[in-house]
Design a protein around this ligand. Structure first.
Ligand code: GDP
Length: 302
C-alpha cells in the first residue's frame, strides 16, 4: 500500500497513455508510442531503457504480435518486469553458513543508511536472528548516537567506537569478533557516507571489508548500497562508483513513499545489474520491505 501510494504521481504520469490505448488502432501507433516515450522519460526511466521498451513494443505491434490496446499495456508491464528480473540475481539476502553473517551498509550521507540499518535489524530480529549492530560511521559525530537509538528501539546490542579517533575498520573488527565469540547470527555494520568523490571514504570501505574478512572468511556476505530514491537518475554515477570500488551485492532504495519517480528503480537495476533487495517506504521500524518486482510494476501502472 505504501509503495502504491508513494508512486501515485508516477502512476498518473504513465496513465496518460491508458486512454490512448483504449481507442488504439494500428494507425495510432506512432502517436501512442511518442506519448509513452515522454511519460517514461518523465518518470525517470532514462533514455536507454525508454528507447528499449518503446522499440520492443513497436516491433511487436508492427509484426502483429500485439493486436489491441490491452495487449500493448500488458506487454509494457511485462517489459518492465523483465528488465527488473532478467539479470537473474537473487533478491533475498545471501548470508552463507558461517556465523556471524556480516552485512555492510554503504552509501552517501543522508540517503537513509542508518535508518535502513535500524529497520533491517528489526525485520531480521523478528525473523528470529540474534543481531549485533556496529557503529562504523565514525566520521559523522551524531551517527553513532542515532544508531544507539535504533539499537534501543529494536532491542539489539551495539558496538560503538571507544574513542573519537577510532577507525571505522577497527570498530567493525571489534564487532565481528564479539559477534563470533558471543554467537550472534548477523552483524549489521554502518559505515561513513561523506561525499562519494572523497577517495579516502572508498579506501576506508575497502579496509572495513578486509577487517571483517579477517574474522569470518568470506565476509562481508552482503554489501548493501543505500540509494535515495528521490534523487532520481542522479543516483547512477554514485552507485557506479560504490560498485566499482567495493562491489555492491544489493540495493536498498529509500524514500519511495515520497517524491521518488518509479523509473529510477528500473534504470538502476538495468545499469548496474544488481538486484534491489529492499525498499524504504517511511521512517518507522516497519517501513523496510523486501523488493517485490511484481508489486512494484503494479504500483506504477494502473
Ligand atoms: P544516513 O546519513 O545515510 O545514515 O541517513 P539517515 O538514516 O540519517 O536518513 C536521513 C533522513 O532520511 C532521516 O530523516 C530519515 O528519517 C529519512 N529516511 C530514511 N529512509 C526513509 C524512507 O524510506 N522514507 C522516508 N520518508 N524517509 C526516510
Amino acid at each position: 500500500e505504501k509503495l502504491f501510494s508513494g508512486f501515485s504521481k508516477t502512476r498518473n504520469n504513465l496513465a496518460v497513455i491508458d486512454e490512448l490505448l483504449l481507442y488504439w488502432n494500428l494507425s495510432d501507433t506512432d502517436r501512442v508510442l511518442d506519448e509513452l516515450e515522454e511519460a517514461l522519460l518523465v518518470s525517470d526511466f532514462g533514455p536507454k531503457i525508454t528507447i528499449k521498451i518503446v522499440e520492443n513494443l513497436r516491433e511487436d505491434i508492427l509484426s502483429g504480435n500485439l493486436k489491441s490496446g490491452s495487449e500493448i499495456k500488458e506487454a509494457l508491464k511485462r517489459n518492465v518486469l523483465d528488465l527488473l528480473t532478467s539479470k537473474g540475481s537473487k533478491t533475498e539476502l545471501q548470508l552463507g553458513f558461517r556465523k556471524p553473517a556480516v552485512i555492510m551498509i554503504v552509501g552517501v550521507n543522508g540517503g537513509g543508511k542508518t535508518t535502513s540499518l535500524g529497520k533491517l535489524a528489526y525485520r531480521l530480529k523478528n525473523e528470529g536472528a540474534k543481531i549485533l549492530m556496529a557503529a562504523g560511521d565514525t566520521f559523522r559525530a551524531a551517527a553513532s548516537d542515532q544508531l544507539e537509538i535504533w539499537a534501543e528501539r529494536t532491542g539489539c546490542e551495539i558496538v560503538v567506537a571507544e574513542s573519537d579517533k577510532a577507525k571505522a575498520s577497527s570498530v567493525l573488527l571489534q564487532a565481528v569478533k564479539k559477534g563470533k565469540e558471543l554467537g550472534f547470527d548477523i552483524v549489521l555494520c554502518d559505515t561513513s557516507g561523506r561525499l562519494h568523490t572523497n577517495y579516502s571514504l572508498m579506501e576506508e570501505l575497502i579496509s572495513c571489508k578486509k577487517s571483517v574478512a579477517k574474522v569470518v572468511p568470506g565476509a562481508p556476505n552482503e554489501i548493501l548500497l543505500v540509494l535515495d530514491g528521490t534523487t532520481g537518475l542522479n543516483m547512477l554515477p554514485q552507485a557506479r562508483e560504490f560498485n566499482d570500488v567495493v562491489g555492491v551485492t544489493g540495493l536498498i532504495l529509500t524514500k519511495l513513499d515520497g517524491s521518488a519517480r518509479g523509473g529510477c528503480v528500473v534504470s538502476v537495476v538495468d545499469e548496474l545489474g544488481i538486484p534491489v533487495k529492499f525498499v524504504g517506504v517511511g521512517e518507522g521500524v516497519e517501513d523496510l520491505q523486501p523488493f517485490d518486482a511484481e508489486a512494484f510494476v503494479n504500483a506504477i501502472f494502473m
